[in-house]
Ligand binder design. Structure first.
Ligand SMILES: [Zn+2]
Length: 248
């Protein structure tokens, strides 16, 4: 049976972040630090990456007026090297959704096929006005960094098996084309749901993210994941980083 190990790699952080952005209007006024994480999934002679984090912090500041703190050695190539992986070893990058903090720096992976839901590709180019900066959307006057690698993107549709033991799950709610991964590990199934679950409490308490395009779809996605596993790893919870790897 196929088994994988999941390595969460922190490639930056946003400090003084309004927590109510993550927890459906709860915790107004509470400020938190959130990590920006890329996920290396290793096993069965595969190295798969889920999400690529933000673009270079200077690009983010210049193009989106957002501040990403990145300490020396926190860049994706260095973070991967610390677990013994060269960026050109990665054969597949699964982009959960095209928000700027999950889909930058993709030119770092020259040998990877990049998988994005077709629905997400369409929406990212022409989102609701309030999401133009979140997507760095062309109709908002931006040029999203993923456009630079567009010819290497493979549009995908709905659920499918990516590899033995790794299933792609279409989990709409936070965005229309959100996709997560259900990964077989020695400790059972672990779901990487990206911003479907910003924090553990989104999953554990059933609290949707404030940023969403379809809240009813989010609740259906929550129930779907709960039917698969009780172990999820959220996208922006510092507690994730208390362990170097999961599933082994
Ligand atoms: Zn997002």
């Amino acid at each position: 049976m196929s088994r994988y190990t999941i390595h969460p790699l922190c490639v930056g952080a946003i400090h003084n972040f309004e927590k109510s952005t993550l927890t459906y209007l709860g915790n107004v006024g509470t400020k938190v630090s959130i990590p920006l994480i890329i996920w290396a999934i290793v096993g069965e002679n595969r190295v798969i990456l889920m999400d690529s984090g933000p673009d270079d912090p200077a690009w983010v500041r210049a193009n989106l007026d957002r501040v990403v703190e990145r300490e020396p050695g926190m860049d994706p190539v260095s973070a991967l090297a610390r677990i013994g992986i060269a960026a050109d070893q990665i054969d597949t990058v699964v982009i959960s959704h095209l928000h700027w903090d999950h889909s930058g720096s993709l030119e770092l992976y020259p040998n990877a096929e990049i998988l994005v839901q077709r629905e997400e590709l369409a929406y990212a180019n022409c989102p609701a006005p309030c999401f133009c900066r979140t997507y760095a959307a062309p109709i908002g006057g931006h040029s999203p960094s993923w456009h630079r690698v567009a010819r290497r993107i493979r549009p995908v549709t709905g659920d499918f098996t990516l590899a033995p033991g790794i299933d792609v799950l279409h989990l709409p709610g936070h965005s229309p084309g959100m996709q997560g991964l259900s990964v077989a590990t020695a400790n059972g199934r672990i779901v990487l749901g990206s911003d479907t679950f910003n924090l553990f409490e989104n999953f554990e308490q059933g609290v949707p993210p404030t940023i969403h395009t379809d809240i009813d779809a989010w609740f259906r996605s929550l129930e779907r994941v709960r039917a698969i596993t009780d172990t999820v790893l959220p996208a922006h919870d510092m507690k994730v980083l208390e362990r170097a790897s999961y599933g082994a």
